[in-house]
Each structure stands twice: as C-alpha cells, then as structure tokens.
Design a protein. Structure first.
Length: 92
C-alpha cells in the first residue's frame, strides 16, 4: 500500500466513526484488524487531521540480513554456500 493510500484509509476510517459507525465495524469493512482504528481516533483527537497524515520515517534505514552479508561466502545462518547439509557434530 502506498503512503497516500494509507492516509486515505485512515481518513476514511475516522470519518466513518464520526458519522456514527462502530470503530470495529469500520476496521473490518476496510479489511483491517478490529482494533486498528482506535489509535487513529486518539491521534485525530490529540492533533487533528494532520496527525493522521503519514510522516517521514526517522532514524537509520534498516538493511536486510542477506544484503549486509552478501559476498562473504556464507549465508546468513552460517553454513557455507553449496553445502547440502551441516557438518556432523563430534561427540565427546
């Protein structure tokens, strides 16, 4: 879902609740979890319509485990590429 679509869903959900529909019914009609509308209502009460608009994410962008280990010769779980099974364990 794009950022604009998410904003539209939030605004439509809050508007439907303001018209008198139950928040859980609105969430289910939009294909969302039944409790997902409640935080949007609280945000709208606290900060108005602007609180429902998606903001720019803060902090460092996360990378996936595979991209950070690419080229090291091992997959992210530590086995050597191309090996079909893990080495046998020695028993003491």
């Amino acid at each position: 879902m794009s950022k604009a679509t998410k904003e539209e869903v939030r605004l439509r959900a809050v508007a439907a609740v303001r018209e008198g529909h139950h928040p859980e019914d609105v969430a289910l009609s939009l294909g969302l979890h039944r409790k997902s509308v409640y935080p949007w209502l609280a945000a709208e009460r606290a900060g108005g319509r602007e609180a429902l608009i998606a903001s720019v994410p803060r902090g460092r962008r996360r990378s996936s485990p595979r991209s950070s280990r690419r080229g090291c010769g091992r997959s992210w779980w530590g086995r050597v590429r191309g090996r079909t099974r893990a080495p046998a364990l020695s028993v003491l």
